[in-house]
Design a protein around this ligand. Structure first.
Ligand SMILES: [Zn+2]
Length: 149
C-alpha cells in the first residue's frame, strides 16, 4: 500500500512544571492517502521558550498528547498516546509505536512482527490492520450504530 512520509512542523502546547507555553513540534507525518489515515513519528520539540525549567512536560499537538522531558541536553520524547478517530496508538520509548486499538470496539490490533523496527513502517502496518479490522467488524450498517463521543 502506498504511504507518504514527510517532515512537518506543528504548533504545540507544552504543559508541566506549573507552566504552559507554545512550542513547535517537528515530526515525520506518515499518511496513507487512499485511506485518509495519518499519524506522526519522531516528534521533537523545537522553538520552546528557553526559560522553561528542566523537568517533565506533556505536549499536545493536533489532538495528540505525548510526554516529554526537558533535560540539560535538550528535549527527550517519552511515552505517548496518539489517536485519530477510531485508531488509538500507544507509543513506547523513542516514540516507537507499541500497540494500537480500535476505539469503537476496543479490539487490540495484532502485534507487529519483531523485524519491523522503523516507526513509520509500524504505523503503516497498524493502519493496514485497522482498515482490515474495520472492514470485517464495522460494516457501513454497523458503523452507524457504534456510539460516538
Ligand atoms: Zn473495532
Amino acid at each position: 500500500m502506498v504511504s507518504n512520509r514527510e517532515a512537518v512542523l506543528l504548533q504545540g502546547v507544552l504543559q508541566g512544571m506549573n507552566m504552559e507555553a507554545q512550542c513547535v513540534v517537528s515530526a515525520v507525518k506518515v499518511s496513507l492517502p487512499k485511506l485518509d489515515i495519518w499519524e506522526y513519528v519522531k516528534a521533537d520539540i523545537t522553538h520552546a521558550p528557553s526559560e522553561l525549567p528542566l523537568g517533565p512536560y506533556e505536549v499536545s499537538f493536533e489532538g495528540r498528547k505525548m510526554r516529554v522531558n526537558k533535560t540539560a541536553d535538550g528535549w527527550i520524547a517519552g511515552r505517548g498516546v496518539m489517536s485519530r478517530t477510531e485508531l488509538k496508538i500507544d507509543y513506547g520509548e523513542r516514540m516507537k509505536p507499541i500497540s494500537a486499538i480500535c476505539t469503537a470496539c476496543g479490539e487490540k490490533m495484532l502485534t507487529p512482527p519483531a523485524d519491523l523496527e522503523n516507526s513509520a513502517d509500524i504505523i503503516v502496518w497498524f493502519s493496514e490492520k485497522y482498515v482490515e479490522h474495520r472492514r470485517l467488524k464495522h460494516s457501513q450498517d454497523d458503523r452507524r450504530r457504534v456510539p460516538r463521543d
